[in-house]
Design a protein around this ligand. Structure first.
Ligand SMILES: Nc1ncnc2c1ncn2[C@@H]1O[C@H](COP(=O)(O)OP(=O)(O)OP(=O)(O)O)[C@@H](O)[C@H]1O
Ligand SMILES: [Mg+2]
Length: 221
């Protein structure tokens, strides 16, 4: 997609830390003095407690975008977006997503997008998160938990991304423990080697205090 450079943050599944990693990437750019836009195609699970993904992304990036501008589709149940939309009598329109992402990037120096769940989650019955990533064309960041299962989940996601022609800027292992176990250290090396990919590690953060977050630099930003 033409316009501001961007990144698309996906993960090996739900709750692996995509929002946190996207927030840190956005913060890193904002602290370099860039005007950063954030985008998330759909947010589900609004009925659950806690800060929403769009609110954390907005706070981290110092963006003044509205909820609607960050996340054009927002649903109450914590379900896959295609199902959450159907339960609301709705269907997510890929063209609306492409337009909203492109609109969000207008006037920004960079855009940070977060996917929904894992990489092959359906946004609509015929349009996956991966299809949106391809349409937007930004390099991908894959977030994974560092423990048991990380190698398989991460290599599957890498293969799926590359099969679609996407560039993978980095894998981020999150949260990376202060004192990593042998499995975690070995997973980090194995993913880098078998996946031929840059691997970063993000520690557990105080999410209330973006000024305390370490920067996360990518070759693309
Ligand atoms: N590095 C971290 N430091 C502190 N808390 C973290 C970190 N990574 C993840 N968490 C916490 O773990 C939970 C899941 O993280 P997050 O919301 O970023 O996952 P996600 O992959 O975006 O989930 P979803 O699929 O719902 O969008 C959140 O409660 C978040 O606050
Ligand atoms: Mg999230």
């Amino acid at each position: 997609m033409a316009g501001a450079p961007g990144v698309f943050v996906t993960g090996t599944g739900t709750e692996v830390g995509k929002t946190v990693v996207a927030a840190v990437l956005a913060r890193t750019l904002a602290e370099k003095g860039k005007s950063v836009a954030v985008f998330k195609p759909a947010v589900t699970g609004l009925e659950e407690e806690g800060e929403t993904d769009h609110a954390l992304l907005r706070r981290a990036s110092d963006s003044s975008q509205s909820d609607e501008e960050i996340a054009p589709y927002r649903y109450q149940p914590p379900a896959s977006p295609h199902l959450a939309a159907a339960l609301a009598g709705d269907e997510i329109d890929p063209e609306r997503l492409r337009q909203a992402a492109s609109q969000a990037a207008v006037g920004a120096d960079a855009i940070v997008c977060e996917g929904v769940g894992g990489f092959l989650v359906p946004l609509s019955p015929t349009y996956l998160v991966r299809d949106l990533a391809v349409d937007l064309g930004y390099p991908l960041v894959i977030v994974a938990s560092p423990g048991l299962g990380a190698i398989n989940h991460t290599l599957l996601t890498l293969e799926s991304a590359r099969a679609a022609g996407l560039e993978v800027a980095a894998v981020v292992l999150n949260p990376w423990p202060e004192d990593p176990s042998e499995i975690e250290r070995s997973n980090r090396e194995t993913i880098a080697e078998r996946g031929q990919v840059r691997v970063e590690a993000l520690p557990r953060l105080d999410l209330a205090e973006p000024s305390s977050w370490p920067p996360l630099h990518l070759p693309t930003n």
